[in-house]
Design a protein around this ligand. Structure first.
Ligand code: FAD
Ligand code: A2P
Length: 274
């Protein structure tokens, strides 16, 4: 794993921020941090447009979930590397001190305000769909609103889980959450990482583990009900559609900022032809 860090020189492009650190997790995944404009306010779970200047002078911008919580001085992002992707084929080479364009207009449905109050909140993600939950898991407000949070993250292989695994591990030693919940925090945040194409301690698709009740049995949780359980979904379109069906089978309904209900959905990326 490579880590690079630098002090923060002032950006010179309009709407640009300075890269402060970059970390490569696998051949196809990296995370990076940039300076945060003092005026930028966002709700944990929201996304912004970020990018790089294009060859024709027009910026190449893409939607990115902010992976850092809203109290953080910097902004963190967790990114795929698409080999021929217009943005990420270049973005993957950024170094501390480089500039990244940030359009500071945060939006999104994966926010606490879009859900009715409840007892237990499920974060359901595949791949880089973890990013909005990396923000929400680090926000004390999540734990003020819910007694328990269950983070289910599924990838094909175990190395793709490393960013999320390390983040959850670090939260156990987080001074803010540690001070608020102490040793109890391990019972407040339950982590359920699974793989589907490589052996690991926990296996299987999120849909199957929810439908069969395996995750409830493994974590000693009661069945999902609309009275107690809330959920946020972030993955490919196919994943989102299938998880939605499973949750609807438990009697939960999709909500939105304008009409809070029992679960909300957001695409982790727009697939080919979607
Ligand atoms: P693109 O031309 O944008 O994509 C090329 C192809 O690569 C796509 O058709 C798709 O098949 C695949 N692809 C793109 N992104 C992903 C991905 N994340 N995982 C798996 N396959 C992908 N991407 C992130 O890496 N991190 C984020 O936090 C993130 N948040 C997003 C939030 C929203 C609301 C949306 C709509 C997208 C988000 N994306 C995120 C995807 C991101 O906008 C870009 O698609 C991605 O950075 C690739 O850009 P590109 O120009 O290199 O390739
Ligand atoms: P699987 O390996 O069984 O296809 P991808 O890289 O294709 O986006 O998949 C990321 C993870 O999401 C994989 O573990 C994959 O499982 C899982 N996944 C993909 N599509 C779905 C779906 N429709 N429902 C549940 N899990 C899915």
């Amino acid at each position: 794993m490579q880590v690079a860090e630098a002090s923060t020189p002032k950006p010179t492009l309009p709407d640009a921020q300075t890269v402060t650190s970059v970390r490569h997790w696998t051949d196809s995944l990296f995370s990076f941090r940039i300076s945060r404009p003092a005026s930028l306010r966002f709700r944990s779970g929201e996304f912004v447009m970020i990018g790089l200047p294009g060859d024709n002078g027009k910026p190449i911008l893409r939607a990115y979930s902010i992976a850092s919580p809203n109290w953080d001085d910097e902004l963190e992002f967790y990114s795929i590397k698409v080999p021929d992707g217009p943005l990420t084929s270049r973005l993957q080479h950024i170094q501390p001190g480089d500039q990244v364009i940030l359009r500071p207009k945060p939006v999104g449905t994966l926010v606490l305000d879009a859900l009715l109050p409840g007892k237990r909140l499920w974060f359901l993600a595949t791949g880089t769909g973890l990013a909005p939950f990396a923000s929400l898991m680090r926000d004390p407000e999540t734990f003020e609103r819910y007694e328990q949070v269950v983070m289910m993250h599924t990838c094909r292989t175990a190395d793709e889980l490393t960013y999320g695994r390390e983040l959850v591990e670090n939260l156990k030693h987080d001074p803010l959450l540690g001070e608020l919940y102490g040793a109890d925090f391990a019972k407040r945040l339950l982590y359920y990482p699974t793989t589907t194409r490589e052996d690991s301690p926990l296996m299987g698709r999120i849909t199957d583990n929810l439908q069969s009740g395996k995750v409830n049995a493994d974590l000693n949780l009661p069945p999902i009900t609309p009275e107690t359980d809330r959920a946020m979904i972030c993955g490919s379109l196919a994943f989102n559609t299938d998880v939605k069906k499973v949750l609807e089978g438990f009697g939960l309904h999709e909500g939105a900022n304008s009409e809070p209900r029992e679960f909300v959905v957001e695409k982790a990326f727009v697939g080919d032809g979607v």
